[in-house]
Structures are given as C-alpha cells and as structure tokens.
Design a binder for this molecule. Structure first.
Ligand SMILES: [Zn+2]
Length: 192
C-alpha cells in the first residue's frame, strides 16, 4: 500500500513538472537564472498565454565597485497537452531570457541584418506575414531561438517545414529562408 502510494505520488509529480528545455540545440540560460511556472501567464485575461518577466534587481552597494544583480526571470508556460508544443513555447520564452543575458547589441544587429529587418528591436517587422500577430524583432528572435533549439522530428511534428525556400511561419510570422535560418542558429550558438 505504501509503495503504491509512493508510485502514485511520482506519477503526479511527473505530470505536474514543468516542461524541460534539456537536450535542445541551443545554449540555454543558466538554470538558476530563471524559474518556470506550469500555468498560464497571470498578466493576461485569456488562459493559455505564456510569458517571461525579468524580475532581476540591479543596485549599487556602498563601498563596492561593481553592481549587484539579484533575482531571476519568471516564466509562465501553461500545460497544452502536448509535450513538444510545451517545449517549443518554453524555448520561445527562454529565447527572451537568452536575448537579455547573452546577446550584445552587435549580435542583435547581426540578427536583424541576416533577415534585412530595418526596424528597432522592439518594433514590428512589416513584412512578417502568415502568423497570428506581426512580430517585433524581439519576438521573431525568440521564435528563431525556439526553432533552432527544437530537434528535426519535433519541428516536423509541430508542422514546420521548408516550402518554396522558407520555413512555415509560426505564431509571430517568423518565416526565414534556409540560409537565414542556418546563419541565425550559428549566431545563437556562438553568442553564449
Ligand atoms: Zn515572446
């Protein structure tokens, strides 16, 4: 009886566990830099929305020459009933963390130049099409990070394919050519 109860507890814990970004093809932010809640983002009225919030606090301490940074990013990735979709969404949110922690301005400019985006990092890209929302460069980077991080079989299961030279657009309309996609994954792997 006792063993059975333990077994049940293990099953429940596994079902409640947040999705994992392990074994992805992108460098991940340090594990202690973020925490993941397996529920909808509390800052949107509609359920099923994921988000990432920077909770770090930076301050100068008296007598110290360097700034002190404490706190983590907080990520909300609800259960969608599909591990592979949850992994994609988690990787997208981790893309935002990676952007802040690991990219410098030169690397952000390189990402924009690869795709010929001519707007600021937080501005919408006019020509992105096919997605539910026209994405800002920042969101398109998070999409790129997720797409680079997924395994080939995961991309196929999510419906991503190259057609007429471009990747199937995701929710923000990110639809790179093969060459843009290759250059972007290389940039991300080199930026860690
Ligand atoms: Zn995002």
């Amino acid at each position: 009886m006792k063993r059975r109860r333990l077994f049940l507890a293990a099953v429940v814990l596994a079902a409640l566990a947040a999705p994992s970004a392990e074994a992805s093809w992108v460098p991940l932010p340090p594990p202690d830099s973020y925490v993941v809640h397996p529920v909808s983002c509390p800052y949107f009225d509609e359920p099923g929305v994921a988000c990432a919030v920077d909770r770090r606090v930076t301050y100068w301490q008296e007598g110290q020459s360097a700034r002190t940074v404490t706190g983590q990013f907080e990520l909300w990735v609800p259960r969608y009933g599909s591990r592979v979709f949850e992994r994609e969404v988690l990787l997208h949110e981790l893309g935002h963390v990676f952007d802040v922690l690991s990219l410098d301005d030169a690397e952000r400019q390189t990402f924009a130049a690869i795709h010929s985006y001519e707007v600021g990092w937080r501005e919408r890209v006019g020509r992105s099409g096919g997605g539910a929302y026209p994405g800002t460069v920042e969101e398109l980077f998070a999409e790129a990070y997720a797409l680079c991080g997924l395994h080939g079989f995961e991309r196929r299961r999510l419906g991503y394919r190259v057609r007429r030279g471009r990747w199937t657009p995701g929710v923000y309309g990110y639809s790179p050519t093969r060459a843009e996609f290759r250059a972007t994954c290389k940039l991300i792997r080199g930026a860690a």
